[in-house]
Design a protein around this ligand. Structure first.
Ligand code: 5GP
Ligand code: ZN
Length: 114
């Protein structure tokens, strides 16, 4: 997708601080971190929203979960704990319309989600 900011990160047109990569996903530091650990995990394929993830994309979902687990270990929050968040559509707080998972941790997170 020409104008998608996360596609641009995925193909190197925009720099990002990479944390982890596997065949189907990429993880990088959020540019405006909301917690000491705030990593964004994306599929390399342009899928706009969680609602657009089809049955044929189950391998991508598995790869995203693998990446979140790896990121939690790499960032050292696997034992103390972390939160995995996906925002969907306007009221869900989605701003970038390329499916992504937030991995948040490094402090006690509030009860409020997101
Ligand atoms: P959303 O609100 O769509 O769930 O989250 C989008 C996230 O992407 C935000 O936390 C925002 O800080 C992050 N973000 C937006 N643009 C960029 C960028 O160019 N680089 C990086 N690393 N993060 C970005
Ligand atoms: Zn995209």
């Amino acid at each position: 997708m020409e104008d998608c900011i996360f596609c641009k990160i995925a193909d190197g047109r925009i720099p990002a601080a990479l944390v982890y990569e596997n065949d189907l996903t990429l993880a990088f530091e959020d540019i405006h971190p909301m917690a000491p650990v705030h990593v964004i995990v994306i599929p390399k394929k342009h899928i706009p929203r969680l609602l657009d993830l089809g049955r044929e994309d189950r391998q991508i979902w598995d790869a995203l979960v693998d990446a979140v687990q790896e990121v939690s270990r790499i960032k050292g929050v696997d034992e103390k704990g972390f939160r995995m968040v996906i925002n969907c559509n306007d009221e869900g707080g989605q701003v970038v319309y390329h499916l992504h998972v937030h991995v948040l941790g490094g402090r006690k997170l509030d009860d409020e989600l997101g």
